[in-house]
Design a protein around this ligand. Structure first.
Ligand SMILES: [Zn+2]
Length: 468
């Protein structure tokens, strides 16, 4: 066991926090509590200094054994069983709710819809709080414990808040969630309330909440768990490791993810890159990111890149034009100024992938076809299937290629959306609505509205016959 656990040897300093701005190049020790570069203000990335294992099959065997026959909570976690590739020591105070270990489904109806022979869906919505945020929160809250903080804060109205609330509770932390007063639905807060978080409704907008989070970060007792936190990417990157296990280490041709704050694509890109550097895989899958048309700053930027920039032969742009007032019903990716865009774009270009945008109609129908595959997901996750359909039509993905899409949130995260789609009352989150005009509802290609029938056997049999 010891011998295998040490299969990936480490240098004395196992990892550092590295500024992503090449021109700055500053790096910081892991224990330094900062969330952006102190010199230039750019985001930070954890750079793990790993030595390739002599025999990759040894480390793969240990991971597989831990999953098949867990001997500790650490082994049973889909994050912590990959400790060799994470910037934490053996004796770290691991926080876990048994995150990860999520299923990889075959989705024949979705494959057919996209024009593919086969399609697999890696469902991160099967995590403890129902979203992909949990893998990253396990690592971030563990780092928070190490840092000596007692309180964790974030500004979020959805999945991040629920995940932070759950992991903070597990670590005996107080979680504080900052929200703009009157702009958040009660349903989205239900999880955070149940996990015991302090939910603070601020007299201000979301930008005010973000400013307050940054100010609070200076307090040594408070840990900021927003997506800018580089330790979250570390837990999230394990999805790449677990996916490769599930693919028997045969690298898919394409991995496709939704793009909001771009943390997920950053994490996947980093995970695959580390596996490549360690010789655990021989090539990278093409990583493509799909955004919603009304919140697609990175897709817009990608469309302006030169062939040389897309091939990685020329420097990528330093600036991203933010979308001032993002619009989409896929609220989990309704983000106009994604914090991790630079890291994500680098990962896409390195793997020769694409960043594109899809319409609200495409998202809604893709979501319904995923449902028909008996899988289901939240709206943002369905951008993947909508995007794959487009990428196949455009010739970027070939019909016989091996494609995996990552679904990020559970179907029950947004039940109103589903109900409205099937009843024909799903109204787009459009600019015209603000201007006072009534937007037309989305016409669902797979609409399945409930039928009203009389309380008789014959009426039910007639309804059944109609469906057959
Ligand atoms: Zn810097």
């Amino acid at each position: 066991m010891e011998k295998i656990a040490n299969a990936v040897a480490r240098t004395t300093e196992k990892a550092v926090q590295q500024c992503v701005n090449h021109a700055c190049g500053a790096s910081y020790a892991l224990r330094e509590r900062l969330y952006v570069c102190a010199k230039c203000g750019e985001t930070l990335e954890i750079e793990c200094r790993l030595t390739p294992p002599g025999d990759p099959s040894e480390i793969r065997a240990r991971w597989a054994a831990a999953r098949a026959n867990p001997k500790s909570p650490r082994d049973a976690s889909g994050v912590w069983r990959f400790l060799e590739l994470l910037p934490f020591d053996e004796d770290a105070p691991f926080v876990t709710l048994f995150e990860g270990n999520t299923p990889l489904f075959r989705a024949p109806r979705s494959a057919n819809y996209c024009g593919l022979a086969d399609l697999r869906l890696k469902h991160q919505g099967y995590n403890p709080t129902g979203s992909f945020k949990d893998t990253g929160m396990a690592s971030a809250i563990t780092q928070a414990v190490i840092s000596g903080a007692r309180t964790a804060v974030c500004a979020s109205t959805g999945n991040t808040a629920a995940s932070l609330a759950a992991y903070a509770a597990r670590a005996n932390f107080l979680a504080a969630i900052l929200l703009p007063r009157g702009q958040v639905s009660a349903a989205k807060l239900a999880q955070s309330l149940d996990y015991g978080a302090l939910v603070l409704e601020i007299d201000g907008n979301f930008d005010d909440c973000m400013r307050l989070i940054q100010e609070l970060g200076d307090d040594p007792a408070i840990y900021v768990a927003n997506s800018i936190n580089p330790f979250r990417i570390e837990g999230q990157k394990t999805v790449a490791f677990e996916l490769m296990e599930q693919c028997s280490w045969q690298v898919p041709d394409h991995v496709v993810v939704p793009g909001g704050n771009m943390g997920n694509s950053t994490a996947l890109g980093k995970g695959f890159q580390e596996l490549l550097a360690l010789g655990l895989i021989r090539r990278l899958p093409r990583l493509s990111v799909i955004q919603a048309e009304g919140a697609a700053p990175v897709a817009r930027l990608f469309a302006t890149l030169t062939a040389a920039q897309r091939a990685g032969d020329e420097e990528l742009p330093e600036k991203l034009q933010a979308v001032e007032n993002p619009k989409t019903l896929a609220t989990a990716i309704k983000i106009g100024a994604p914090v991790s865009w630079k890291k994500a774009l680098r990962a896409v270009v390195r793997s020769r992938g694409q960043v594109i945008a899809v319409t609200e109609q495409e998202i809604a129908d893709a979501k319904a076809i995923i449902g028909r595959d008996s899988i289901g997901c939240e709206p943002a996750s369905a951008t993947t299937v909508a995007g794959i359909k487009r990428l196949v039509a455009a010739g970027h993905i070939q019909p016989g290629e091996d494609v995996v899409a990552v679904l990020t949130g559970h179907m029950l995260k947004d039940p109103d959306y589903i109900s409205n789609y099937h009843r024909g009352t799903l109204v787009p989150d459009s600019a015209s609505k603000e201007a006072g005009a009534q937007a037309a509802p989305i016409r669902g290609a797979f609409q399945n509205s409930p039928a009203r029938v009389a309380a008789t056997k014959s009426a039910i049999l007639a309804a059944l016959k109609q469906r057959q």
